[in-house]
Structures are given as structure tokens and as C-alpha cells.
Design a protein around this ligand. Structure first.
Ligand SMILES: C[S@@+](CC[C@H](N)C(=O)[O-])C[C@H]1O[C@@H](n2cnc3c(N)ncnc32)[C@H](O)[C@@H]1O
Length: 463
């Protein structure tokens, strides 16, 4: 029970205590201990599965949001601001540790860890510098400094494990890429070109030049990021990007997507087609068209042959090189699906993409846009106000920020990344309604699939 006179600090502490009580009771009922920060992450541990329990998930969000707000309240504001200005060090050090394959070397050493000299030996990197990098990360609870200059993996660092013997990773850069999970690929590219592009934000907002984004300043080029990615010398970057995109779907439920036998689903800008592949796996009668740029369609064919050969052999999937800024060639689509596409583009370009789909649509065709929907960090006065079915979202208990603040930050990071790299934007629901209308679609429903950070935003042809 919270009384009116209770201080903000106590209120935040109470939220944390209540959440810990809830987590404790779930783990006590299952008679298993909560995972320890010092031990490597083990996906097979039943304690990990219990983190998906809705009570535990809700309590976890409250703890993260309340702990951050508590720290922000008590810390010196100048120190908080200065620390925020230096957060880029974490990104830079994380990418360095990942690319030097530190996690794999440490996995083989176990909990006793290894001295920096031994960690640095296989990569022939500077041991003193590596120790400083790992110490900065250990200060942020990523890796553990067991004794001075001796480091071990912990729960957070171990999720960067590429799962292969470190010897293999050092012998062949190609093996390294192919062994990289989508998650690690995403983490590395985020801390690579995304960070460099975003670093130019202040320069571009203060001194705007038509058509120039943070990415262009950082890389000294006038071409778009897509064109840069498709340069022959950037093939590693492009393949890493495709792998990363696949990783973003790992926990995604696709059950809301249309799946009638014989229907045609067009995966517009589908990448290697992993999303439509996951839908087709559950719905063998579904016809799929994967559309993307030429190089990516090559990867897509390889991906489908390896993961759903039956669909390829039965010619239930077509691979089309198609530029979505031009008229849509499929006239009989039941669904046009665009996953992580619209957020890459300005309103004008996004509406133009939708207009081409509208022109090719039948009256029954559905548009399914899979993207994240940011919500305000200010308190929402009337969340029930919204009339679009499925659009209402839960709100965090006061005095937490209503959108759970740093407990759910990814869409806000992505929003600024999209701006700096592509001139894109993560759209609020109202913004989506507007862009759909400009493209000739009426937004009729939103799904927030459980366990997914993405929303499925459904449109029908506007009259
Ligand atoms: C962020 S990725 C999303 C890929 C996939 N839908 C997914 O969810 O993993 C954007 C995709 O758009 C593709 N793309 C970029 N410009 C395009 C264009 N003009 N026409 C077709 N595809 C394009 C890229 O090659 C990339 O595969």
C-alpha cells in the first residue's frame, strides 16, 4: 500500500520490492533459482524459460524502469549528463570485444577466466588495450573481472557467443560470418556504421544540407546507405545485414498473418524471405512471392532452398527482383506484407511505396505492415480514446514513465538510427494512419503479438 505522503524514492523502491516478491514467488513455486549474473547464459536452463512467464516479464519491466528512475533521481545531474555523453564507449568496446572473438576464447576457459595476455594472443591484439576495453565493459556488468586483468564471461557477455570453437573463427573470416547468429550480426553492425552515422546527428541538424544524412557525413559519400551497402567491396557488410535482419525475427509470432491455402502473400522488400518462410512453414498451401533487390534475392533463393526446399521444389515460392518504388507486378495478392520497410523511408517515399501496392490491390487485398510503434514518454491522459481495434497499449504504474522508459528503449534508438542512416522514421499510430491514407489505404486494426517488439498494422484499400 502506498500512501499519498510517501516520497518518490520510497515509491520507486516499493515498486522494485513488490516486483522482486512476484519474481521470487514464481521461482519458488517452480523450485529453481533465478539465473545469476556471474554465470554464462544457458538457454537450456529452465530458469531462462521462466523469464517468459507473464508475471516475471511484467515484474522485470517494472524493476528495470524503477531502478533507472531511482538512479536518475539520486545521482548528481552533472554526472548523469556526462555519463550519458560518453555512452558511445560501451558500443565501441562491445563491438571490439565481439569482433576480436573474446567471448569464444573465454568460453573455453570457463569460470576462472583468462589473463588479458592469453585473451589477446589468438587475435594478436594489444593485451593491455584489450584489458582496458574489457574493464570498461565489466564496469557495466558485461564480462566479469575476476582478479586484476583476468576476465571471464558472465550472463550478458556470453550472449555474444558465436557458438563455434574460437580456432575456427580466427582461421576463416567467412566461417566467422556464417557462424554469426542474427543477434550478434545485429549487435556488431549497430555498433559499427549505425553508431558512426548517428554520431553526426548534431552536425546535420545544425547545418542541414539537402539530401545529406548523418550516414553521408560519416562516410563522405552522397549515395544512399542502400547503394553503399550494395557496393562490391561491402559484400561482408551486406551479408551481415541480411543475417541480422533474420535475427530480428527470432521471437516473432506470425500467427496474425493471413494464411488461406492458394492465397498469394507478397513479401515486399522481404530480405532473404525469412518472415514469409516462417509463415509458409506453418501453411504449406500458401503461395509466396519474395521481392527485393538483385543481390538480396540471390541470398533469398539460397535461404529458402536450405530451409524450406519443398516450397521451392513445388514452385509455391517465386523470387522477384523488384524495386518497390516502381509499379507492383503482382495483381492477385491476398496480402502485401512489409516488415521493417516503411520505417526506412520518409513519409513521401513510404506513401509512394504504399500507392504502388494500392494500385495493384484487389478489393479484398490486405496490407500488413510489421514495424514498431513508439509511444510518448509523457503520461497518456485517455488511453481508451483510440478507436482503432487493438491499438490500446498498457501503461506503466506511476511514477514510472508510462512507456516504461529505458526498460523498453529499442524503438527510440531505432527511430534516431533510421533518421541518420536512411531519412526514415519509427511512426506513432497517428502517423501510420496518415501515411496509410496518403498511400490509399485505411488502417483498420493493430496486433501486438505476445513476446514481439513489433506491431502488425493492418490496412484495407481505401474507397
Ligand atoms: C530492413 S530490411 C527488411 C528485410 C525484411 N523485410 C525483414 O524483415 O527482415 C529492408 C529491405 O528492403 C530492401 N530494399 C531496399 N530498397 C529497396 C527497393 N528500392 N526495392 C526493393 N527492396 C528494397 C533491402 O534490400 C532490405 O532487404
Amino acid at each position: 500500500m502506498r500512501s499519498v505522503g510517501i516520497s518518490n524514492l520510497r515509491c520507486l523502491a516499493n515498486i522494485i520490492n513488490e516486483a522482486i516478491d512476484e519474481i521470487e514467488s514464481v521461482y519458488a513455486a517452480a523450485d529453481i533459482p533465478f539465473p545469476a549474473l556471474d554465470a554464462p547464459f544457458n538457454p537450456a536452463d529452465p530458469a531462462e524459460a521462466l523469464l517468459q512467464n507473464p508475471t516475471v516479464e511484467g515484474a522485470t519491466l517494472n524493476i528495470i524502469a524503477a531502478a533507472a528512475q531511482l538512479s536518475a533521481t539520486v545521482a548528481s545531474p552533472a554526472v548523469s549528463a556526462l555519463n550519458a555523453s560518453q555512452a558511445f564507449h560501451i558500443s565501441a568496446c562491445l563491438r571490439a570485444a565481439s569482433e576480436v572473438n573474446v567471448v569464444e576464447v573465454l568460453r573455453e576457459a570457463g569460470p576462472a577466466g583468462l589473463h588479458a595476455n592469453q585473451i589477446a594472443a589468438p587475435s594478436k591484439t594489444d593485451p593491455l588495450l584489450l584489458a582496458r576495453i574489457l574493464r570498461l565493459l565489466a564496469v557495466h556488468n558485461i564480462f566479469r573481472e575476476v582478479t586484476p586483468n583476468v576476465f571471464a564471461n558472465n550472463r550478458i557477455s556470453s550472449v555474444l557467443d558465436k557458438g563455434k570453437p574460437s580456432k575456427v573463427l580466427f582461421e576463416s573470416p567467412n566461417e566467422r560470418l556464417m557462424g554469426t547468429s542474427g543477434f550478434v550480426a545485429l549487435l556488431e553492425l549497430t555498433a559499427d556504421y549505425d553508431m558512426k552515422g548517428v554520431a553526426m546527428l548534431a552536425d546535420t541538424i545544425l547545418h542541414p544540407k539537402a539530401g545529406e544524412l548523418g550516414f553521408n557525413r560519416a562516410y563522405g559519400t552522397t549515395e544512399s546507405w542502400w547503394d553503399w551497402l550494395h557496393r562490391p567491396e561491402n559484400v561482408y557488410q551486406m551479408q551481415r545485414f541480411d543475417i541480422a535482419m533474420q535475427g530480428t525475427a527470432a521471437s516473432e509470432s506470425m500467427d496474425t498473418i493471413h494464411k488461406g491455402a492458394g492465397d498469394v502473400l507478397v513479401d515486399v522488400g522481404g530480405g532473404n524471405g525469412h518472415t514469409s518462410l516462417a509463415i509458409a512453414q506453418k501453411n504449406p498451401g500458401l503461395r509466396v512471392v519474395v521481392q527485393d533487390l538483385e543481390d538480396t534475392i540471390k541470398d533469398s533463393k539460397i535461404h529458402w532452398k536450405a530451409n524450406l526446399p519443398t516450397h521451392v521444389e513445388s514452385q509455391m515460392v517465386d523470387f522477384q527482383v523488384h524495386d518497390f518504388h516502381t509499379p507492383q507486378p503482382v495483381p492477385n495478392a491476398a496480402v502485401f506484407m512489409l516488415r521493417h520497410i516503411l520505417h526506412n523511408w520518409s513519409d513521401e517515399r513510404a506513401a509512394n511505396i504504399l500507392r504502388h501496392l494500392r494500385d495493384a490491390a484487389q478489393p479484398t487485398t490486405k496490407l500488413v505492415v510489421i514495424d514498431r510503434i513508439p509511444v510518448s514518454a509523457g503520461r497518456v491522459l485517455d488511453p481508451g480514446e483510440n478507436t482503432i481495434p487493438g491499438s490500446t497499449r498498457p501503461s506503466a504504474p506511476a511514477p514510472l514513465l508510462p512507456n516504461w522508459g529505458v526498460a523498453k528503449p529499442s524503438v527510440y534508438y531505432l527511430d534516431v538510427t533510421m533518421h541518420c542512416m536512411l531519412g526514415g522514421v519509427e511512426r506513432t499510430l497517428e502517423h501510420f494512419v496518415e501515411v496509410f491514407a496518403k498511400g490509399g489505404w485505411k488502417l483498420v486494426r493493430v496486433y501486438h503479438p505476445e513476446g514481439s517488439v513489433n506491431s502488425h498494422i493492418v490496412g484495407v484499400p481505401a474507397d
